[in-house]
Design a protein around this ligand. Structure first.
Ligand code: GAL
Ligand code: MG
Length: 974
């Protein structure tokens, strides 16, 4: 007999969002639940209705089979917009991998008479449930749990066989076309729990800033009619609260009340409530109990609640009445070993890291996360934009108004709201991502507005048509990648009707996030602008064994560190699993590496988000300001640091003043500033003063600084002697293996490549300039070398004057770029050193990587790092390792001998083991062989990074212009 679930062919029926599935409700972890996680019997079928014959293999639950050996023939595939198959909605391909998972269910004997519920945390993309061969239910939505009532299909004390069939491709794939890897499997935990037949079907908590608390309970009895006399009670932090008599009376008069649906309310006001916000996330334990008529507890539901308000007033989004800045990031549930499956510890590590780098908000791009994320956001303090699992990117226009998908839209949005409504962290509901805008969105928005009037809704696809509209499905204008100028212009236009908070901005692909500080300067100074969410948290590189091209899977634990993989492994991106349709490294666009190592851009963000800042330096002292919204500075402590160009660093403890949010105060300078030290910078190193849930005491929070004294003029004294150059005019020097030549090329960043700049550079021939010495003139000891560097369309004239000076050689350079070269990567010198000079010490911005448009977070000071640690291993090799604003550096061997370079003014430098052409040629790091010596760049000018892989390029002020560039530097041996 054909199985009725298969006969329905639910994978090609968008109208069928579920069958036999229980209504969604707030998450509450019930005591006594049985975990069904572990190894299950598994078979991978080529099509959903293939016979399930032959031998079983085994698969681990929760997990994607695409990441496990059981899924041998079906590997991860990455596409951004386009669907991985040609079938149009609601169709799916004939070849449709289907996983059959089976295991025994031993129902505890003491569950007799109880209501038994199966919960499947997430299955991708269609789930069919059978028990002992009997059809139980169907569910779609790969990122929400599905529950099924098994009371009548299993028996207490007996064994049954549970089969979960997961169909990979379906009508639902067309609305799960998010920009990340395609996987399949049961990706979140499976469990079984039992309740009394009389149970709490749902609990809705509303807790306000004023201490007002309302708990609405929905009560059901699985046997049918409710027994008369049931009641609810609650315990809030040890305080007993009872059912609201007024509500009962009103309800009793209400003709809608039936004998099978019970509604009860508990109301209270908490005096002197400690309110919740992302800075001080105060939570209260709430336990709700449903009682049998005799008073015994039938059901218990536990929550951690927070008292807070969220509202939109005019063009401001207010939390507890405050216009808070949204320092957000977009986050996927991602893991380099499992693909999608994340543990609570994984998520805690994500959120802890985000807290340490100044983030206060998360958009759950682009689907509801694992439920534990919201508990953590409540606890650690994040504002969450909770996004429904809807993205129809490739066929957005066709689907937004397709009535066959109407149910799916409302289903996905409403089930998310029902699940997550009690979290104080959730402040906004999002209807999904990149799905055009149609009636299906309005239907979903209508459901939310009635069900949860306490939170705003956002949807980029609606608001983008007109940021100033007032009649679409979005309460917030939430564009993606809008140029700073457009945002400012809108805020100043007088037309703004609603908050402007970018749902995505500052695309973090590769070496990126240029102009982040410019964004925030605009946001903080323009009423109407409130922040945004960086795209994105993760670089989705999957740990891959190079030998057989398979995901390393869970066996890969420990085979990576600090962003770098163990030999024989690499971070795979699109195309690395043999896919023919893929979008390459576009999946690697996060602020952390696949192992959560922070990229340097995070330090930029940390500084921009600094809670305490140096406003200015006046003669009477340093003015400090509190830039938080809700708390003082007492959780912080500080140390003053004075960095002098002559090499000295002085420190002194800092006394942080008592400042309320928004206040400033002058504090006395802790040092008498030495007059003889040259350029002088004052830094306030701010750390946590006590252990916090996200940072031990002493964790650095920010390093604001101010320049107290400008540079003093230094003189190079010409001396007798001769500079040695070869016939081509290249400097001969005992510590250099290649004398300095002109460099206009950098290994294109993802922004350079995808933004179209690098392709232009190639058409000019900048990747292979041909150097021709024109003349080498000697005049006393000094040598003047004129050379030409020919591209395919223009010639750069370059002059180097090498003069012997006290202790070394002064190299004065001049390059004249033709008008055609109107936007190049860099103009500067490149040279290579002998091996063994493995330590870089410098006075300039650091210690982490910085670039002209991403340097606000790298304080000027004396820094030192081994050369091997200077380089940032972005997944696709590209320009990296730069240091901005460098005045002087030394490269030393362990015996402290080496070379020293002094620059005429603060400049961009880099010291790595790779030539720009090495990096340009490689697609992955396992193809790169570090050179024994150093490749050193000293740039007169270096182009900003921008974010043009998706969004605006850098601003004009960070471009390298044509015309004459001059720079000079002194090379000494020490
Ligand atoms: C956005 C999209 C994201 C991601 C990003 C580019 O348009 O919403 O999902 O694709 O661009 O990385
Ligand atoms: Mg998309």
């Amino acid at each position: 007999m054909t199985d009725p679930l298969l006969a329905l062919r639910p994978w090609e029926a968008p109208e069928v969002a579920s069958w036999g599935r229980l209504a969604a409700h707030a998450v509450d972890r019930r005591a006594g639940a049985l975990s069904l996680d572990g190894d299950w019997r598994f078979r991978l079928l080529p099509v959903p209705d293939a016979p399930v014959g032959g031998a079983w293999s085994s698969a681990y639950v929760p997990g994607a089979w695409t990441m496990q050996s059981a899924g041998a023939g079906d590997l991860p595939q990455y596409t951004n917009v386009r669907m991985p198959f040609p079938d149009v909605p609601p169709g799916s391909p004939a070849a449709n991998p289907t996983g059959v998972y089976e295991r025994e269910l031993d129902i505890p004997a003491d569950w007799s008479g109880r209501r038994i519920v199966l919960q499947v945390g997430a299955a991708e993309s269609v789930l069919l449930v059978h028990v002992d061969g009997r059809p139980v239910g169907i569910s779609k939505d790969s990122h929400l749990a599905a529950e099924f009532d098994l009371t009548n299909v299993v028996r207490a004390g007996e064994r049954s066989v549970l089969r979960l069939t997961v169909v990979k491709w379906s009508d639902a794939s067309h609305i799960e076309d998010q920009d990340h890897w395609w996987h399949a499997g049961i990706t979140r935990s499976v469990l079984l729990y039992a309740t009394d037949p009389l149970h709490l079907a749902d609990v809705t908590v509303r807790a306000g800033y004023d201490g007002g608390l309302r708990v609405d309970c929905r009560v059901r009895d699985a046997r049918g009619a409710l027994p008369s006399g049931w009641y609810v009670s609650a315990d809030l932090a040890g305080q007993l609260l009872s059912q609201d008599a007024e509500f009962d009376r009103l309800n009793a008069e209400d003709e809608r009340v039936s004998d099978f649906l019970g509604e009860a309310r508990i109301q209270a006001t908490v005096p002197e409530v400690r309110t919740w916000n992302a800075e001080t996330p105060e939570l209260y334990d709430l336990t709700v109990r449903l009682h049998h008529p005799d008073g015994t507890a039938a059901d218990t539901s536990r929550h951690r609640i927070g008292f807070r308000d969220v509202e939109i007033a005019g063009r401001d989004l207010l939390v507890n009445g405050e216009r808070v800045f949204i320092r957000g990031v977009n986050r996927h549930d991602f893991h380099p070993l499992t693909g999608r499956t994340v543990t609570s510890d994984d998520m805690r590590a994500d959120l802890v890291l985000l807290k340490r780098f100044g983030f206060n908000a998360i958009r759950t791009s682009h689907y509801p996360c694992d439920p534990a994320l919201y508990d953590l956001a409540d606890e650690l303090g994040f504002y969450v934009v909770d996004e429904a699992d809807i993205e129809s990117h490739d066929h957005a226009h066709e689907i937004a108004d397709d009535p066959r998908y109407l149910n799916a839209f409302v289903d996905r949005v409403s089930r998310m709201v029902l699940r997550d409504k009690n979290h104080p962290s959730v402040i906004v509901w999002s209807l999904g991502n990149e799905s055009d805008y149609g009636a299906n969105h309005d239907a979903a928005a209508g459901w939310v507005r009635r069900h949860d009037p306490t939170r705003p809704i956002q949807y980029e696809g609606a608001a983008k048509l007109d940021w100033a509209a007032t009649d679409d499905a979005s309460d917030i204008a939430c564009p993606m990648y809008a140029p700073i100028e457009d945002c400012v212009a809108h805020a100043l236009s007088g037309r703004q009707t609603r908050p402007l908070i970018q749902c995505e901005y500052s695309h973090a692909m590769g070496n990126s996030n240029g102009t982040l500080a410019d964004h925030w300067a605009a946001i903080e100074s323009t009423p109407g602008l409130q922040g945004g969410f960086i795209w994105e948290f993760w670089d989705h590189g999957i740990l891959q064994r190079v030998s057989d091209g398979r995901p390393a899977g869970r066996a890969g634990a420990g085979l990576y560190d600090n962003g770098v993989t163990a030999p024989g492994h690499r971070w795979a991106y699109g195309g690395d699993f043999g896919e023919t349709i893929h979008d390459g490294a576009f999946v690697a666009d996060g602020v952390v590496f696949p192992d959560r190592t922070p990229k340097p851009a995070l330090y930029e963000h940390r500084e921009i988000a600094a809670p305490v800042r140096i406003e200015c330096y006046r003669h009477e002292g340093i003015v400090l300001g509190n830039h938080q919204h809700f708390r003082g500075l007492d959780w912080l402590s500080g140390t003053w640091e004075l960095s002098l160009a002559d090499g000295r660093t002085l420190t002194a403890p800092a006394e942080l003043p008592h400042l309320r949010p928004g206040e400033t105060a002058a504090v006395p300078l802790p040092f008498a500033v030495p007059c003889d030290g040259g350029e002088t910078w004052l830094t306030l190193r701010v750390t946590t003063a006590e252990d916090l849930p996200w940072a031990p005491r002493g964790t650095e929070v920010c390093v604001p600084q101010v320049r107290l004294r400008g540079p003093s003029v230094s003189w190079n004294v010409p001396v007798e002697g001769a500079v040695r150059v070869d016939d081509e005019g290249l400097l001969l020097h005992p510590l250099l293996t290649a004398g300095p030549t002109l460099s206009l090329w950098r290994a294109p960043t993802d922004n350079d490549e995808l933004g179209g700049t690098a392709p232009r550079w190639r058409t000019w021939g900048l990747d292979a300039l041909v150097r021709k010495a024109v003349s080498v003139r000697r005049d006393d000891g000094r040598v003047t070398v004129d050379a030409e560097y020919a591209g395919t369309v223009g010639v750069v004239r370059h002059r180097q004057v090498l003069t012997p000076v006290e202790g070394g050689i002064l190299i004065a350079e001049e390059a004249e770029l033709p008008e055609e070269f109107d936007d190049v990567a860099r103009v500067g010198s490149v040279f290579e050193t002998v091996g063994g000079l493995d330590l870089l010490e410098w006075f300039g911005r650091g210690p982490w990587e910085s670039y002209p448009d991403r340097s606000a977070g790298a304080p000027v000071g004396h820094h030192a790092l081994p050369v091997d640690e200077l380089f940032t291993p972005y997944l696709r090799p590209q320009e990296s390792g730069g240091r901005h604003g460098v005045r002087r550096f030394t490269l030393s061997a362990p015996d402290a001998t080496g070379l020293e370079v002094e620059l005429d003014e603060p400049r961009q430098i880099s010291v790595t083991r790779f030539r720009a052409e090495d990096l340009t040629a490689a697609t992955h790091h396992d193809q790169l062989a570090p050179r024994p010596g150093c490749v050193v760049h000293v740039d007169a000018a270096h182009r900003g990074l921008g974010t043009a892989s998706c969004g605006p390029d850098t601003s004009a002020s960070y471009l390298v212009s044509p015309g004459v560039h001059r720079w000079s530097w002194t090379l000494r041996v020490h």
